[in-house]
Design a protein around this ligand. Structure first.
Ligand SMILES: [Zn+2]
Length: 392
């Protein structure tokens, strides 16, 4: 599958529309950048009993779903408020959480987006998926948090107001840094009530990703979850320390990241793909009626490696996301605006473009292409076991 460069710069209207929901917002003041702190590494979250997705279908009947101080009866959809501790300026802003509690018993799936505030595709995917669900036809519960990092979202920034990456602080600490407290709140008030989690992201800072899952398929429940998505690219990775995915998986909640597109814009084509992928997941798990969107029902697995520029200059891409390349093919050229020299960037091996930097000025060492090497789950598991999986 190849996605053409069709990213529409529709981010700002989208942001403006969503912000109509929050008329009391004002700009917050950023604090000087700080490095990570030792205290954040301590895990204190109580781990719930092991979750088994299949067991939830065996209950006699659907039960009211209790979360965030509310009780949602079977067959109903509710919008709740998560008081995360985030504020915009001095105004405390609750985060909207949409809960669809199905009329029939089943597992609880959590969909999170915009943990990085500038990543918009996931917000729209959660909106499309969750508002399309008829609770009378749902088995189980879907919890959607379209904008986790409302502070960064408001400022069109990746990080929260204290310049920290929220996705490096899970499961968080109740008395830690601002980021750690938000992470702790999300994890304990919402995530531990779920049986599985899909966390939606995009490439960061002028980088864009082919729609893909990042998952630790050495964990059987995670591997089953990946297979339930149908035809999608899947990369083996354990996830960064402090990421929501890794913390959830460590707590017995199978979790995957869906990377999809680039930041600060909305791409309708890949948003549609992402929404269909999650609907496929819900159908495969038995939560919704199964709809076959794909001609090839299985994920395609990859290991991967980042290709870095060896010189500085202006990057001009020659290859699109999803495009197959052969060793020696020109991926891009780096142009020197002063000398007028042009340096080709060849593919170092056969692969598929899984991610790339958008055209921009780059420095030596800048990661410009994420090149995938097709693999098999068995091989990836073996490589993970041997700790030889290629990572950026
Ligand atoms: Zn992200």
């Amino acid at each position: 599958m190849q996605f053409k460069k069709s990213i529409l710069k529709t981010g700002f209207p989208m942001v403006a529309a969503l912000l109509l929901l929050y008329p009391s917002m004002a700009y917050s003041t950023e604090i000087v950048d700080e490095t990570s702190e030792e205290e954040e590494a301590v895990v204190i979250t109580p781990v719930p009993e092991k979750h088994i997705i299949a067991e939830k279908f065996n209950q006699a009947e659907a039960e009211p779903f209790k979360i965030l101080g509310s009780i949602i009866p079977p067959g109903q959809t509710r919008s709740l408020k998560w008081r995360s501790g985030q504020s915009i300026g001095s105004f405390v802003v609750p985060i909207p959480v949409v809960v669809v509690n199905g009329a029939k018993p089943g597992p609880v799936i959590c969909l999170t987006a915009a943990i990085h505030g500038d990543e918009l595709n996931g917000i729209e995917i959660v909106r499309q998926v969750i508002h399309d669900i008829d609770p009378e036809k749902l088995s189980g519960t879907v919890v959607g948090i379209p904008v986790v990092n409302i502070d960064g979202f408001w400022r069109k920034e990746r990080y929260i107001g204290d310049r920290r990456d929220l996705n490096r602080f899970f499961p968080g600490q109740p008395h830690g840094s601002h980021a750690s407290r938000i992470a702790c709140s999300l994890f304990n008030k919402i995530v531990i009530h779920c049986d599985a989690l899909v966390d939606l992201h995009t490439g960061s800072y002028y980088k864009e990703n082919l729609p893909q899952l990042r998952a630790d398929i050495t964990i059987p429940q995670v591997s089953e979850m990946v297979n339930a998505f149908g035809s999608i690219t899947a990369l083996q990775s354990t996830g960064p320390t402090g990421s929501l995915r890794r913390a959830a998986t460590s707590a017995g909640i199978p979790a995957v990241v869906m990377e999809i597109g680039g930041p600060l814009s909305l791409d309708p084509e890949i948003v549609d793909f992402g929404a269909k992928s999650i609907r496929t997941l819900l159908g495969s798990l038995g939560m919704l009626r199964k709809v076959n969107f794909w001609t090839t029902p299985q994920p395609v697995f990859y290991s991967s490696k980042w290709i870095r520029s060896d010189i500085g200059g202006i990057l001009i891409n020659d290859k699109e996301l999803g495009q197959k390349v052969k060793k020696g093919d020109q991926l891009a050229e780096i142009r020197d605006p002063i000398s007028n020299d042009s340096t080709p960037v060849p593919a170092p091996f056969d692969g598929v473009i899984l991610g790339r930097a958008q055209n921009q000025f780059v420095s030596p060492g800048f990661a410009i292409f994420h090149l995938g090497i097709q693999s098999t789950p068995e091989k990836l598991k073996q490589e993970a076991k041997e700790k030889t999986v290629l990572k950026p």
